[in-house]
Design a protein around this ligand. Structure first.
Ligand code: CDP
Ligand code: MG
Length: 877
């Protein structure tokens, strides 16, 4: 009876919504850390409990609720003209049954928590309830925040569609784009966007309601927003401008919010939506977990498709490359040919990309030489062109290489008469491509979505009956002490594994195939850590300071962020003398400086903001903006360090690699340019690409990610506006086609970079360490005991300058510095006096050295001066 269970492995039935409400001390603590507490905060002892709102209990609640407002009562009922089939589908959603309870709770309370299983209709329906109840009719907006861009875009489209309204009324805003108009009534946005708005208008006066969606994900911005909003709502009510706050979450961790006394003195009511969850049978692998879970996921999916009855398949993997590779292999194993073969995957692509792909399909493209006014580009060689013609045209990233046939493919080649409709889903995928997963698959075909954990909670894909779970997740780890970042694939948590399994039981009983044993599962941690514990928080601290929340409480992370901000000159330095208590108090509430305010206006992290603040000298601003934009974008170069499946492919890969490294050398240039190092490569790449009008073709030929280049272009525009707004006489204009910087501008740029990345200083090891081979070509940094290195792909790999600053340290096989730029020793005490230790000549025979404790010693005290928000600040002689 194979048909029920392809691997006849161990079974276990779960209802999908079990592990919901157990809570842990730590989790509450984490959320307290996360929530910024204002100065005047009073700790009140208050009994907290979760309230499930039933009719009787609600009356109880009313008695205890303090801030009750009656004037926020919706005046009118706004009719919505939905299509009958949409109305019918809505009625099946569990949240509809609770509409009245929800709306009454919202009316009676400033803040309401709504929790319910993913797919119960929270995100799509609650904004509609509020709209119909008139919350957007008196000029106020209904704002909905999502932790992911994907969700903000797709949900706005979905809701507009359900309500039969245009996207000018139900709109979205994400970091770089949006379709908000003056008629917008419901606005979906990322939580980061709303946080920026809080900085502009602390009271968020254009909103009548804010919905914080997916609060259980505990993204940093969400955590901080909830902290701020709990106060904003109270302030608005005090001023007679009532506002409502709705916190929506999956059934996890509601207590993080309700039982946190710093957030709510009186715990807000919690409404639970009971979802109709069909039973999901969980199948564990018998064997110890496979190393190659990607191949295993592919095999399992093939088996399900060949043997099990109809129903969509959802495969969870950890990253974009894995998703693309499994999609390709599945498409190969089960070729699916829609009627108009060529265009289905391209129909939504931007016109330019389509043109390019069509050209590639014609195969005989002649590639003209590019004249780039000093920016250099190599002619394309033959081998590359062949390869391009053979590339799968299906993904719009344009940067992935075909991984080719894997040995298993042949044995899995199944009856091609069963069509499998394979779609990828990950956060960087273009919105039009993402939207496809919500449309019904072509008649007769089985839907198979291969996704990263974006499909875990924020998006519900209809019709999924089978889930294949690799049990892993890719996460960025950040070591606060050393500042080292790394991406690691680790086991996920039990809570998210259960969420994944739950995806199989939305429409009918389903199955979840876990590619790991039950023993491994029981070793998973119960919940995933909140994001705030895994990333640098200096930008958040600066933003809070800019909101005049001076005392940023709590964790060591926040304090070290404060320290960085002080050293960047964004916060005032606390007094070094005085009574212990006074010093301690001052240290806890360092006020923001004018430079800090200027920095906070830039939508980038403080180190980069400082560069922008100094970028005006010698006409360097356009270059500074470009470098910052390029450093902010995740990865501008195509990834070539992947294993090749065949010898032929690996030689092609090697050819491409060689060509791209040649390109990088050209972009890095000579002399001063070369000393700007990897940042010059970024500048050269963007410059060259813009001279070639940033076409997909140019990117493909030169190993650049087309999407990254578009993002850089947008970010350059945005940063230019920000610079002009901060500094009315800056008058910087975006000139996409800028000329390369002059020698003296490059020197200036290196100084600007040093001023921003000063705490990321590294010095090549001196003679004593060289005795130990592990220090060969190594660099010493103030905080690490181990050597760090310049990556072989870096422009400065051969140069090995004595002092460098770096963008970040990534740990792979070794600790490598990324984004390396050479600096001159005598700039350090001028630009970074706070990192220098000045002493008499007799104590330090060498003029400079970097000690393990992080101090650079210097004997010329006279060179000491501070850099502030005085624009022509670096007067080097
Ligand atoms: O927010 P929550 O997880 O509670 O549910 P939702 O995102 O509002 O989704 C409610 C229902 O709408 C789900 O069952 C989805 O299948 C469906 N939906 C859809 O078909 N297409 C979309 N673009 C979004 C949701
Ligand atoms: Mg949702």
């Amino acid at each position: 009876d194979e048909s029920d269970d392809p691997d006849s492995s161990k079974q276990e039935t779960s209802s999908g919504s079990d592990s919901s409400s157990e809570e842990e001390e730590d989790e509450v603590e984490a959320s307290e850390k996360a929530a910024p507490a204002v100065k005047e905060e009073q700790e009140e002892e208050m009994e907290t409990k979760t309230v499930e709102v039933k009719e009787e209990e609600k009356r109880e609640d009313k008695k205890t609720a303090v801030h009750k407002i009656d004037n926020c009562q919706p005046a009118v009922f706004i009719p919505v003209d939905r299509l009958p089939e949409i109305q019918e589908a809505r009625l099946k959603l569990p949240v509809l049954a609770e509409e009245q309870v929800i709306m009454e709770a919202v009316k009676e309370n400033d803040c309401v928590v709504l929790c319910g299983e993913t797919g119960s209709g929270k995100t799509t329906q609650v904004p509609q309830f509020l709209y119909e109840a008139g919350y957007a009719s008196a000029g106020g907006l209904i704002g909905v925040t999502e932790p992911r861009r994907v969700a903000a875009v797709s949900m706005s489209h979905r809701v507009a569609n359900e309500m039969n309204l245009s996207t000018g009324v139900v709109s979205y805003q994400i970091r770089f784009e949006g379709n908000v108009t003056k008629d917008t009534k419901i606005k979906f946005m990322t939580d980061g966007v709303l946080l920026k708005e809080v900085q502009k208008d602390f009271l968020l006066q254009k909103y009548s309601v804010i919905i914080i969606d997916e609060a259980h994900e505990r993204s940093v911005y969400t955590d901080i927003l909830i902290g701020l909003l709990s106060r904003i709502v109270a302030l608005r009510n005090k001023k007679g401008l009532p506002m409502k706050l709705l916190i929506m979450s999956a059934t996890l961790r509601v207590e993080d919010f309700t039982e946190n006394k710093r957030l709510f003195r009186i715990p807000p009511p919690v409404i639970k939506v009971e979802a109709r969850q069909f039973p999901v049978t969980v199948h564990f692998n018998k064997r110890t977990p496979m190393e190659d879970y990607v191949a295993e996921a592919f095999r399992k999916t093939c088996k399900i498709h060949r043997m099990l009855p109809p129903g969509g398949i959802l495969v969870f993997l950890t990253g974009q490359a894995e998703v693309q590779s499994v999609c390709r292999r599945l498409r190969k194993a089960f070729p699916y040919r829609p009627k108009n073969t060529q265009n289905t995957e391209m129909e939504d692509a931007p016109e330019e990309l389509r043109k390019f792909k069509r050209q590639k399909q014609k195969k005989s493209v002649s590639l003209p030489r590019i004249d780039l006014n000093n920016y250099s580009a190599l002619p394309v060689d033959e081998g590359d062109e062949d390869r391009q013609a053979g590339v799968d045209d299906e993904d719009d990233e344009g940067s992935d290489l075909d991984l080719g046939d894997q040995p298993e493919d042949s044995e899995e080649k199944a009856d091609p008469s069963i069509p499998l409709y394979v779609l990828p889903l990950y956060s960087l995928l273009a919105p039009e491509q993402q939207a496809k997963v919500f449309r019904p698959p072509p008649p007769g075909a089985r839907l198979c979505v291969v996704a990263t954990n974006v499909a875990e909670t924020s998006l519900t894909i209809p019709g999924i009956k089978y889930v294949v779970d690799c049990g892993r997740v890719k996460k960025r780890f950040y070591d606060r002490v050393t500042g080292v970042s790394s991406f690691k694939v680790t086991w996920t948590s039990q809570a998210s594994a259960n969420q994944r399994a739950g995806r199989a039981g939305r429409t009918e009983a389903g199955h979840c195939y876990r590619l790991y044993s039950s023993a491994v599962f029981s070793d998973f941690s119960e919940f995933s850590e909140a994001e705030i514990t895994r990333r640098p928080v200096d930008d958040l601290v600066l933003q809070m300071k800019d909101l005049n929340i001076e005392k940023v409480w709590g964790s060591g992370a926040l304090m070290s962020a404060e320290q960085l901000l002080i050293s960047l000159g964004a916060l005032e330095e606390p007094p070094r003398q005085g009574r212990m208590v006074d010093m301690e108090r001052a240290r806890l509430s360092c006020p923001i400086t004018p430079l800090g305010r200027a920095m906070a206006a830039f939508p980038v992290s403080p180190r980069y903001a400082k560069m922008l603040a100094l970028g005006r000298q010698q006409g360097c601003m356009p270059y500074t903006i470009t470098i910052v934009a390029a450093m902010t974008v995740r990865e501008i170069f195509e990834e070539l360090d992947r294993p090749a499946s065949s010898e032929e492919e690996s030689s092609k890969l090697a050819g491409r690699k060689a060509r791209f490294s040649q390109m990088r050398r050209l972009w890095a240039g000579q002399g001063q340019s070369l000393l700007l190092g990897d940042l010059m490569v970024l500048l050269g790449a963007v410059g060259a690409c813009e001279f070639a009008s940033c076409t997909p073709k140019f990117c493909e030929e030169n190993g650049l990610r087309y999407k990254a280049m578009l993002e850089i272009r947008r970010l350059r525009g945005q940063l230019t506006n920000a610079v002009n707004a901060v500094c009315s006489d800056a008058g910087v204009c975006v000139d996409n086609k800028m000329a390369p910087p002059t020698e003296s501008q490059v020197v200036c740029l290196r100084q600007i970079v040093l001023a921003g990345l000063g705490d990321h200083l590294a010095r090549r090891v001196q003679t004593e360490e060289l005795l130990d081979p592990k220090w060969r070509n190594g660099y010493k940094t103030p905080l690490l005991d181990e050597p760090v290195f310049i990556h072989p792909s870096s422009a400065l790999h051969k140069e090995l300058p004595e002092f460098v600053v770096y963008q970040e340290i990534m740990e792979t096989t070794k600790m490598y510095m990324r984004g390396v730029c050479a600096v001159q020793a005598d700039w350090i005490p001028k630009l970074l006096p706070q990192y220098c230790h000045f002493s008499g000549p007799e104590q330090s025979p060498a003029p400079w050295y970097c000690t393990v404790s992080g101090k650079v010693k210097c004997r010329q005290q006279s060179t000491f001066f501070r850099v502030g928000w005085k624009l022509p600040a670096i007067e080097m002689d």
